[in-house]
Design a protein around this ligand. Structure first.
Ligand SMILES: *Cc1c(COP(=O)(O)O)cnc(C)c1O
Ligand SMILES: [Zn+2]
Length: 362
């Protein structure tokens, strides 16, 4: 297991505290994986994402057992004739971020980290706080002031120290990185540390298993910093390399029109306010990588209006699924795509229901 700079290929050992290369390039994670044997899953008694253990980064069994809360294996709920919602709000901290957070916590525990710092718009910080509690690691979470208080209260309940920064999401990250520099704490960033994506890739493994070793025609994914998108892309490339799929499904990356650096490619990095606080990222550090990746997958970026998001949240509620506004963007995009492109009708699709509506209550 090691990190490799995506710009200059310099490698760093897994013990490294560098979260960027000396050349400022971002890091990718590399490890040896053999073709995962999905047929072995029929006898697997482990109903969590650790059922894919041999395809995940390697950690000591004791560490995994003490840190894990049996996250993963979330339900696929039929929402419409050809549409499923994957209920990521059923995770231990009520969002899909647990998939990556559990791996980051295992990594930190194996490196004997005692203090970590993370910046987040809410759910990632909350998830990392919970898994740090499991791993006995002190955790400081930096959030922009606009973050819902339910999320910060939840992070505090796990024993984390929450710093509300009266500035943008970008400035919040800068403040966290400054704190990392002076404290020598581990930077447990879901954006910079690519081990996080090894966790989020299990989202796609599960869909593949749950759909009887097939994938839907369309995969919708919300895009802020791209932590779920990167996981999906890694898993798609693996399944393809292992000859378990012959082609990629259509990957539809969804942003809020009010903050859509990828879908609208506006020159200024502006983020007008959006109800989709979880993906309000004006300048994602891995933006260039996301563009390259979507080019490789032949995916598309779309954006949805505030009105469409709020309406989609309401419609999901009427189907029994209570999600936060950010988690309704994919359903909003699905409805729009189906209505404007009748040829997409009849194609199977999966939307992630990333987190619960309780997260944005005041
Ligand atoms: C984190 C998150 C997303 C995806 O955001 P990324 O920054 O792309 O990882 C989407 N919805 C919710 C509710 C989230 O917490
Ligand atoms: Zn480099």
């Amino acid at each position: 297991m090691y990190y490799r700079c995506i710009e200059c290929d310099k490698t760093y050992p897994i013990e490294s505290r560098n979260y960027r290369c000396e050349c400022q390039g971002l890091l990718a994670f590399h490890h040896k994986t053999n073709r995962f044997d999905f047929s072995s899953l029929r006898q697997c008694p482990d109903w969590s994402l650790w059922r894919y253990r041999s395809a995940l980064p390697v950690f000591d069994e004791h560490i995994i057992d003490s840190v894990s809360m049996h996250e993963g294996c979330t339900a696929m709920i039929r929402l419409e004739d050809h549409l499923y919602g994957k209920a990521e709000y059923l995770m231990p901290t009520l969002s899909f971020k647990d998939r990556g957070a559990v791996l980051l916590a295992c990594l930190m525990k194996s490196l004997s980290v005692s203090l970590c710092i993370v910046d987040s718009s809410g759910n990632a910080g909350t998830a990392i706080a919970a898994y740090c509690a499991r791993a006995d690691i002190a955790c400081s979470v930096y959030v922009p002031e606009s973050t819902s208080s339910a999320k910060t209260l939840q992070a505090e309940s796990y024993g984390a120290t929450v710093h509300r920064i009266g500035a943008t999401r970008v400035e919040t990250a800068v403040r966290a990185q400054e704190a990392v520099k002076i404290s020598r704490a581990f930077y447990a960033s879901h954006v910079y540390n690519p081990i996080f994506f090894e966790g989020t890739k299990t989202y796609l493994y599960e869909i593949f298993e749950q759909m009887d070793y097939r994938l839907p025609d369309m995969l919708f994914v919300p895009v802020g910093n791209g932590t779920l998108l990167f996981g999906i892309a890694i898993a798609l490339q693996e399944l393809f390399a292992w000859r378990l799929i012959e082609k990629f499904p259509l990957v539809v990356g969804v942003q809020a029109s009010q903050c859509a650096p990828l879908a609208l490619r506006s020159a200024e990095e502006v983020c007008l306010g959006t109800v989709a606080e979880g993906i309000a990222i004006a300048k994602p550090p891995r933006e260039k990588e996301m563009i390259q990746l979507m080019g490789m997958l032949h995916g598309i970026f779309v954006h949805v209006s505030e009105e469409q998001i709020v309406q989609a949240q309401h419609q999901l509620g009427l189907k029994g699924c209570y999600v936060e506004p950010t988690s309704a963007v994919c359903y909003a995009a699905y409805r729009t795509l189906i209505e404007t492109h009748p040829d997409f009708n009849g194609l199977t699709a999966v939307v992630p229901l990333c987190s619960t509506g309780l997260k944005t209550l005041h």
